[in-house]
Ligand binder design. Sequence first.
Ligand SMILES: [Fe+2]
Ligand SMILES: [Fe+2]
Length: 424
Amino acid sequence: MNFRFIENARFEDFARPLFDILFDNMSSVTPFESSRETEFQAWRDAVGEGMKSPKRHIVLIESNNEAIGFFQYYTNNEVFCMEEIQIKPEHRSGEAFRALYGFVLERLPKRIRRVVAFADKRNEKSISVLKHLGLEICGKINENLYRLEGSFKALRNWFYKDEIMTANEIFQKVLERANCIRTETCDGLIFGDESKTVNKVGVCFKLTVDVIRKAVEKSVDMIITHEPSFGAWDNIEGVFGYDIKKLELLKQSGITVYRYHDHCHDSTPDYIHEGFIRTVGLNIEKSYERDWLGISKYDLKEPITARELGLLIKEKLSLDAVRTVGNIDFPVKSIYLGLGSVGVKHVDFLREPGGDLFISGEIFEVCDLEYIRDACALGENKAVLLLGHYGAEYAGMRYFAEELNESLIETVYLDSGEVFGVLK
Ligand SMILES: [Fe+2]
Ligand SMILES: [Fe+2]
């Protein structure tokens, strides 16, 4: 038995034998209402139309060069939708299904989180197989057709049930989500044993002492952190002062730590931006190509003032304070997200036509922010919102943790909280 993708443009060449397999299989479960020919025309037209989308695929299953089945599916952002799996009865077996899933799972986009399938309510066998794969009935498409949904992690766990991943294997799978693997990067193993087996991952914005304690409490084996872990950044040999005790705490925990910064921003979309946009509930009309790692421009569907947007962000991210620079009371349509820390080179993007508002975590005040204040004094309508480094990035890492939990392995988000307190 072997598998291969049908070229979407050549669907017509395969339509007849595939439909015959479908028709014969259905005849014994939920027969079609019309004749084979009438049903074939309708099916060919509908699936042929669907195959115009590059997101839809059909895997042809062959034995001795003869078509014996097919798997039709599409992917859309986080969703893997299994539209049809048909195999001739004499070729069905647990092994055949596992081999088919093995072929498909390896070739799916890396950010799939949810699995969707449909089954006729009279087809109890199909429903039972889908439930075995971790899907549950969650609604009806019509009187006879159920919609089932599950997490991709459950499907993956079913397939890889004997697989135990090491910390390094998990991190390599995380890196694969980026647009490319960088040779020069701050990302990688920071501390601990990369070959240890992992049952639970902890994800954080910053590996604080409290985060280490929380990780121990939650029996986490591996931590993925966005920011550097010590005053000496990630240079374990150079750890000094108070951090010597922190390193000791980490050693006692036995937890393996990885830094995940560049590749996190270098995914499509940038995890940090995506988590921020979702949490704030920004309505984005257009996303622009990235200007710089971690900095992108967006057009909003509806203009909003920087004051209104700042208050919305403060509420949605539960921040104690949002600081503002420049003129915050004119409506803005285009915003730059430079979440994290940026410099004057980056806030200077505001000079681009339509650049109105820059949102960041922290920016050097005495040069870079004063530059924007001066611009406003010279008649420009420009604004900056400062959320604090944590405030700007934590929602992105929380979003990444949710995704990892649903797509790969049990994962918890470990919140470090803001480094600042605010006097009120
Ligand atoms: Fe970042
Ligand atoms: Fe950052």
